[in-house]
Design a protein around this ligand. Structure first.
Ligand SMILES: Cc1cc2nc3c(=O)[nH]c(=O)nc-3n(C[C@H](O)[C@H](O)[C@H](O)COP(=O)(O)OP(=O)(O)OC[C@H]3O[C@@H](n4cnc5c(N)ncnc54)[C@H](O)[C@@H]3O)c2cc1C
Length: 388
């Protein structure tokens, strides 16, 4: 790459941390930095509000942060594409068009060079790996990621439920699965749709296994109150209208909704970057790749080599300020600052839009007030990045 004095900063994905990076660059962009953002959608859907969208409490626009104004304010360019590979040795990123890239001018360049790279593309559900774990899932399940696709398909489930009694099974009993289940139940109940049956398939373990016993008890109480069946079994495959369970039993099901744990993107595999065992971008205390100092990463796509922490939006948000500081410091040859991820985070688990369970370390409580609190926090997050 020949040098003109201008350096190319490439931001992959517009995840939680990159929203902050863009907002900060809008305040202070070095004149010798040429910034490009690669992202497949013109908006970022805020996942924390997706259950409220399913419940009918929010409109799609309520949950979306338009990216173009933010990118423009940061003096950056937007390329609508997906990253499909990185060559960290050559300092190039490979791009694939999105489904929206129809005309010639929409087709992105096949690859882009960079001097400085930051990755915040989130986690994925890898369809190939999914097919090995759960044959038939790709064809028959409604998969929660990408959230944008899931959100656009949910109204079709409501339409189906309006025309016939439906059976909905949520596969995955972590926070996302639980929240979506309560939201789906509330949506149909509030629309006066009768006869829907809901099941939660845990994968064999406990419901809300990552939470304290007190939170789990509260979740189970809410599930019972709404007449939801809990199946402590693994889903081992799907066929049209059927979910196969580990015990050999078969659950008849019109809408299997898949919210299982996520994977690292397969396109990182041959990047040359140091990766964690699970394939995420390994980063040090500066959110910087230990193998390639001009590469940084944050959010669910990355794993801290010194302090691995759970993958959640809260951690991705917290990484934003140190990430932008360190990107600029790396560009200017200044000292980087370590990021100290919190040991405990505030978790607000919604059980529909009239009840939430709040937990912080071993402490927990629940009620309608907790839902109103979550609603305020989530709306404020989206509003913060809309003002630009
Ligand atoms: C239903 C649901 C509810 C949730 N609720 C909460 C909650 O209340 N609190 C919480 O802490 N966590 C929650 N989570 C988890 C949370 O969504 C993730 O941990 C969080 O989104 C991770 O943020 P991120 O910045 O890593 O990536 P993301 O927010 O996923 O953003 C990734 C960005 O990269 C883009 N992108 C993806 N692939 C590519 C590619 N190949 N090339 C270029 N761009 C790409 C995406 O379009 C997106 O803009 C929830 C998850 C779900 C599914």
């Amino acid at each position: 790459m020949h040098s003109t004095g201008i350096k190319k900063l490439l931001l992959l994905g517009a995840g939680h941390a990159h929203l902050h990076v863009l907002a900060q660059l809008a305040q202070n962009r070095p004149a010798d930095l040429d910034i490009t953002v690669v992202s497949p959608y013109p908006y970022q859907t805020y996942s924390g509000m997706t259950p409220g969208l399913v419940a009918g409490h929010y409109s799609p626009e309520d949950c979306q942060i338009p990216l173009e104004p933010l990118i423009k304010a940061a003096g950056a360019k937007w390329i609508q594409a997906r990253c499909s590979g990185i060559d960290a040795g050559e300092q190039r990123v490979r791009l694939s068009p999105t489904a929206k890239s129809q005309s010639a001018e929409d087709i992105p360049p096949p690859d882009l060079p960079y001097h400085l790279l930051s990755i915040d593309t989130g986690a994925v559900i890898d369809r190939e790996r999914l097919e090995v774990e759960m044959p038939g899932a790709s064809a028959h399940a409604l998969i929660v990621r990408p959230i944008e696709v899931f959100a656009s398909l949910w109204p079709k489930v409501v339409e189906l439920a309006q025309s016939q009694p439906v059976s909905i099974a949520i596969i995955g009993a972590g926070a996302a699965g639980i929240e979506l289940l309560f939201a789906a139940e509330q949506c149909l109940r509030q629309q006066g749709i009768h006869g829907a049956r809901f099941s939660l398939i845990t994968g064999g373990g406990e419901v809300a296994a990552n939470y304290s016993a007190g939170v789990r008890k509260r979740v189970l109480r809410q599930l019972k109150r709404r007449g939801i069946t809990v199946l402590r079994e693994a889903c081992v495959g799907l066929e049209k209208g059927r979910v196969k369970l580990g015990s050999g039993a078969v659950l008849s099901c019109d809408v299997p909704l898949l919210a299982i744990g996520t994977h690292a993107p397969a396109w990182l595999q041959d990047s040359g970057l140091a990766l964690s065992e699970a394939g995420h971008v390994l980063v040090n205390a500066f959110q910087q790749s230990p193998s390639h100092p001009n590469v940084f990463a944050a959010g669910d796509v990355s794993t801290r080599e010194d302090k691995p922490h759970p993958k959640s939006g809260v951690y991705a948000v917290r990484a934003g300020p140190p990430l932008v500081h360190n990107l600029l410091a790396q560009h200017e040859g200044l000292a980087l600052k370590p990021h100290h991820p919190p040991v405990n985070t505030l978790n607000l688990l919604s059980c529909g839009t009239d009840h939430a369970i709040v937990s912080y370390g071993p402490l927990y409580a629940g009620g309608a007030w907790a839902w109103r609190w979550k609603d305020r926090i989530d709306r404020a997050f989206v509003a913060k990045y809309r003002v630009l």
